[in-house]
Write a protein that binds this ligand. Structure first.
Ligand SMILES: Nc1nc2c(ncn2[C@@H]2O[C@H](COP(=O)(O)OP(=O)(O)OP(=O)(O)O)[C@@H](O)[C@H]2O)c(=O)[nH]1
Length: 625
């Protein structure tokens, strides 16, 4: 069953648009720009998220620290307040005994002091309205003047009944730091002295030590003006000192709690502070050193940043490698494009036509020279069978028939071509096979040339080399070939070959009497007459001058020789009409045979020549062997 095939359209076309040349310009540049832009955009979009994560992590941590500082301030404040209330209770007990005299005061004082933690309370004492010390739980003491103390002055001028807790002072006699917790004594509503407890700030600070804090966190008790009463970290260095900046708890006495972040003026440490105001009017400050507290968060952020940085660097590296690879690819495409242009130029401008044929014998691609040779435009050629290039009756000598044979490798042939306009030409095709990876022939490429003129010239040269111009008969060279061919055949068939050497008699006088042109015409007519005298298989040649040779496969016997000679003698003895004049001539014939007289063309011709001379010697117009 005849199968219908169509040419494969997927192949690159010899005459089609230059794909690589077009590819090497815009698209690759756009891809590179897109990759670079995408890379930058990705980083630009990712980094704000990373930074926002870092920030929100730190913000959350700071918020936790703020809450932690506030809770700690509240808890510490409650502890301190509870102790102050115990101190106040002790003061009130002792003060109640004042109207009963110093004996009663001493008795009450001993009782209440013993009830208080001994490490906390340094002494309980009484100051009279003039500011002189009148009683001390430590025992008899010199008449010491304490009326210049701030707490004394403050209580002396106060009309109410307030609990005075003063910042630590260094004792004049004891040389110890003490906090005075005092109340005024009133008699008939008038100021009548002060009852006070001297408390060790160092010991009191120990109450704060139980709140677990980091080494540089602080718990500080200040009065409403910011003077330091207690401090967990190097408290002694700060006793009585006032906060250098105006804090909220100083500026806004109506506020109960608050927080702020500040560098501590004393040690320069940045802390998250929270404060709470105690019922006694004191303020408990809790400070958390930010660098320590935020260290874990900073570490997490540091690693996050490092990871993001490394990822970005890796990503950038990949993008750069991709861009470099694209650049190299672009360069390669550019070079291929240049090469493509070069080869396309070669294919376009080469004189030989190119025809790519698929395995079904259909033309799938051609170059411009193909169209010049065949007259078939490239668009029409695609899909045509190769037989369309030849006349319909070409048969087995045609290119299509030869391509149909399974012939591997490289081969070439002439073929009879016909152009689109019907004009014939001689084509030459050099055919090569294209194989796939499995060695199967997928296509064949034929290089086509129009060899019409070349073959005509070859034929002319061959004719000139092998034929006699004057008579049109084969010359000696061709005759030699033909005799050799007859000899080969005779050797195969045990046959015979007869060679006749014919020389005109007295030809010279023809030239001399009638001229050389007449002699030429006579030689021409002799040749024609000899050519028609013999069969197509026999060969007649002119050796030169007035000498002719006839060679044929024939029996070697005297009767046959005589018959042949007679045929020639009779034929040439008839008059030749040349330029209106009848000329008569005779000839002498020498005959040689294969195998009897020789087994080569030269030997047989020489032997026939010798025989011809024998005939001349016998008086001419005869023959001899
Ligand atoms: N017109 C013409 N004459 C030629 C040509 N070639 C040779 N001849 C002449 O042919 C003659 C041949 O002479 P010969 O064969 O030697 O002598 P002949 O006169 O034929 O005498 P015999 O052969 O002895 O019978 C010479 O005079 C040549 O000059 C040719 O091409 N044209």
């Amino acid at each position: 069953m005849e199968q219908q095939h169509t040419a494969d359209p997927g192949r690159a076309q010899l005459s089609g648009p230059a794909l690589l040349t077009r590819l090497r310009h815009r698209p690759l540049l756009i891809i590179r720009l897109a990759v670079a832009t995408l890379g930058i955009l990705t980083l630009a979009l990712a980094w704000p998220d990373v930074l926002s994560d870092l920030e929100s992590r730190e913000t959350a941590a700071r918020e936790r620290l703020r809450t932690q500082a506030l809770l700690r301030a509240r808890a510490a404040g409650e502890t301190i307040q509870a102790t102050i209330e115990r101190f106040d209770f002790a003061l009130k007990i002792t003060r109640a005994a004042v109207p009963d005299g110093l004996q009663a005061v001493a008795s009450h004082s001993r009782m209440v002091v013993e009830a208080l933690p001994p490490e906390l309370v340094l002494q309980q004492f009484l100051i009279d309205a003039d500011g002189y010390l009148v009683y001390s739980s430590l025992g008899p003491s010199p008449r010491n003047y304490l009326g210049d103390r701030n707490y004394f002055r403050s209580l002396a001028t106060d009309t109410g009944d307030i609990l005075q807790v003063s910042p630590p002072v260094l004792g004049r006699l004891t040389g110890k730091w003490s906090i005075q917790i005092a109340r005024a004594i009133k008699r008939n509503g008038r100021f009548d002295g002060v009852v006070s407890l001297a408390v060790s700030p160092d010991a009191w600070t120990q109450q704060l030590a139980r709140f677990e804090t980091a080494p540089r966190d602080t718990l500080t008790l200040v009065d409403g003006s910011g003077h330091v009463l207690l401090r967990t970290l190097k408290g002694r260095e700060h006793y009585g000192k006032q906060a250098p900046q105006q804090r909220d708890y100083i500026l806004h006495p109506e506020r109960q709690e608050g927080d702020y972040v500040a560098h501590a003026s004393v040690d320069g440490v940045l802390r998250q502070y929270a404060w709470t105001r105690l019922p006694s009017g004191l303020v408990m400050l809790s400070g958390i050193a930010l660098d320590e507290a935020l260290a874990p968060v900073h570490e997490i952020n540091h690693w996050t940043l490092l990871r993001a940085g490394l990822s970005s660097a890796l990503f950038a590296l990949v993008v750069i490698i991709l861009l470099l690879a694209l650049q190299r690819y672009e360069k390669a495409v550019h070079q291929l494009g240049v090469r493509e242009e070069h080869y396309r130029g070669v294919l376009t401008h080469m004189g030989e036509g190119i025809m790519v044929i698929d395995r079904h014998g259909l033309i799938v691609d051609t170059n411009p020279a193909f169209s010049v040779i065949t007259g078939i435009p490239a668009g029409e050629a695609r899909g045509l069978p190769v037989s369309a290039l030849e006349p319909a009756d070409t048969g087995e000598t045609g290119l299509a028939a030869r391509l149909a044979l399974p012939r591997p490798g490289h081969w070439e042939t002439d073929f009879p071509g016909v152009r689109k306009d019907g004009q014939g030409y001689t084509g030459h095709a050099m055919v090569s096979c294209v194989h796939d990876a499995h060695g199967r022939v997928t296509h064949r490429i034929a290089l086509l040339t129009d060899v019409t003129e070349q073959r005509r010239r070859d034929s002319e040269i061959w004719h000139q080399a092998n034929f006699d111009l004057l008579t049109g008969l084969p010359n000696r060279a061709l005759m030699n070939d033909r005799i050799e061919s007859l000899l080969r055949q005779a050797r195969r068939n045990q046959g015979h070959v007869t060679v006749m050497f014919i020389d005109l008699d007295h030809f010279k006088p023809v030239n001399d009497l009638y001229g050389h042109d007449t002699g030429d015409l006579l030689l021409g007519q002799v040749g024609q007459r000899l050519a028609t005298l013999f069969r197509g298989d026999d060969s007649v040649a002119r050796l030169g001058g007035d000498e002719f040779i006839v060679a044929m496969a024939a029996d070697a016997n005297p009767e046959a020789d005589a018959a042949l000679a007679r045929k020639v003698l009779d034929s040439l003895s008839r008059p030749f009409t040349i330029t209106g004049r009848d000329l008569r001539i005779s000839c002498s014939i020498g005959i040689a045979h294969f195998p009897g007289d020789g087994d080569s063309a030269d030997t047989l011709i020489n032997r026939a020549d010798q025989a011809m001379y024998k005939a001349k010697g016998r008086g001419r117009a005869g023959w001899s062997t």
